[in-house]
Design a protein around this ligand. Structure first.
Ligand code: SF4
Ligand code: SF4
Length: 446
């Protein structure tokens, strides 16, 4: 359990801005407790959805002050929204925690180190050029013998829990993650079925660049022209998750402008994304930007949702070769709870001949990634990561399919070296269809 800090200061005791009546439907039944990731590892009522709702009611009634101790019980929430799916009374805990998070950023509610660390993460992660600058000196270290040696020696413990967690999550850094490799427009193959935009995700494009390459190749092979604005930045998911609304709105506005300029007069049928954490925030742009007119002029869809709705093309289906592997699909929280998507990725995977899907027993429980949670709350996140990989490994699958970059990094961190590998469903589809991921380079530019 993490240590709690106290505060001698007098922060605001009320939480203006909570949606009216949003706590009212809670009947304290506790059905949400078994699904709650923070309750599972911390075991205290204050770290459960029911406890947090009770706390919010007390703060709203002026019976309790939002001090550092109370704030720490909101910081322990992963924002996974499993409690929203589980609640029979329809309590919108997602709205509650999203309205509460901006208030947790008051200077007096966190330790100076936590504030500095969070500020550092939010100053780097959403900006691809800064992330590249920080990571470039680490390319020789990440995934190399020195990293193996240092991890085995236990020296990383000297870094302290947060930096140790960063090091533990650091994957090998491929050259592709540091290059702008996609053309503005990639032509459709075969009969043209539409024109879509693709959001690359600032963390995904750097840490797992093959995912976007596979997504683009699968869309192209299914008859879609794909527009990838070269200047696209972060969608704002990381800052949104931290309640940093000004930064989120600024990043969101920039991304909308970038896609509008790249789409040109022909426009786009949809803006697609292959990272569910990003997708959840992108779908909230209308609300975040306060005006639908400022948001995308077409729907935002997760790529699985889009392909399942439009259907795989006949030529793509015909190209799918048997892939005799067992796969456990991992439900990312921002996909299953945040966007209600669970059957679509599974149905796409089932279209691959000979691929066997297996189900974990606790599909709806968070893996502990949760934006930057596994960096700022590393102990709780590590416990959850271990529980998740044990659950997935018990399926006996040789591959875990994960459609969210944060989850993929978290799962890879906790899996044994000889355990299942983690791949994105788009990578599996591209592999089964025999697609070359190099075919999506500038040679195809319109
Ligand atoms: S949030 Fe829903 S599930 Fe949880 S205690 Fe309240 S009514 Fe029950
Ligand atoms: S969002 Fe997740 S961690 Fe937070 S209260 Fe709900 S179930 Fe628990």
């Amino acid at each position: 359990m993490s240590a709690r800090s106290s505060s001698e200061t007098s922060p605001p005791s009320r939480l203006p801005g909570l949606p009216d009546g949003v706590t009212d439907p809670c009947v304290h039944c506790g059905f949400c407790l078994p699904t709650c990731a923070s309750y599972r590892v911390l075991g205290t009522e204050m770290d459960s959805p029911r406890g947090r709702i009770h706390t919010l009611k007390a703060i709203e009634a002026g019976e309790l002050a939002l001090d550092a101790t109370v704030a720490s019980h909101f910081d322990s929430c992963l924002g996974c929204f499993a409690c929203v799916s589980a609640c029979p009374s329809g309590v919108r805990y997602d709205q509650l925690i999203e309205a509460t998070r901006p208030k947790l950023n008051s200077a007096e509610l966190r330790s100076p180190w936590q504030q500095t660390f969070r500020q550092l993460l939010l100053a780097v992660l959403p900006y691809p050029s800064r992330l590249h600058a920080l990571l470039t000196p680490l390319r020789a270290y990440a995934g190399g013998p020195l990293q193996t040696l240092i991890r085995r020696s236990g020296l990383t413990r000297l870094l302290g829990p947060q930096l140790e967690a960063m090091e533990a999550l650091l994957p090998p850094l491929a050259a592709e993650g540091f290059a702008d490799r996609f053309p503005l427009v990639t032509a459709a193959q075969g009969e043209r079925r539409g024109r879509v935009g693709l959001v690359l995700g600032c963390v995904q494009r750097c840490f797992d660049p093959q995912v976007n390459a596979a997504t683009l190749a699968v869309l192209q092979a299914n008859g879609f022209e794909v527009v990838v604005p070269a200047d696209q930045g972060c969608c704002g998911a990381v800052s949104h998750h931290q309640g940093q609304m000004e930064q989120t709105r600024s990043l969101a506005s920039d991304l909308v402008r970038s896609f509008a300029a790249a789409a040109g007069p022909e426009g786009l049928e949809a803006v697609l994304v292959a990272a569910s954490g990003c997708g959840h925030t992108l779908k909230a742009y209308g609300e975040l930007l306060g005006d639908e007119q400022n948001s995308f002029s077409c729907p935002v869809l997760d790529v699985h949702e889009f392909l399942a709705a439009r259907g795989l093309s006949a030529s793509f289906r015909a190209a799918l070769q048997p892939l005799p592997i067992t796969v456990a699909y991992h439900d990312a929280c921002h996909m299953i709870h945040g966007q209600g998507i669970s059957s679509e990725p599974r149905s796409l995977l089932r279209s691959i001949p000979d691929l066997q899907l297996r189900e974990a027993t606790e599909a709806g429980v968070c893996c502990g990634s949760a934006g930057i949670y596994n960096l700022v709350q590393p102990q709780e996140a590590a416990e959850l990561g271990q529980l998740k990989v044990e659950d997935l490994s018990r399926t006996g699958a040789s591959v875990i399919a994960s459609a969210n970059i944060g989850c993929s990094l978290q799962l890879r961190r906790h899996l044994q070296q000889d355990g299942p590998e983690v791949q994105h469903p788009m990578e599996l589809l591209a592999r089964a269809a025999g697609l070359s991921l190099e075919s999506t380079t500038s040679a195809d530019a319109a």
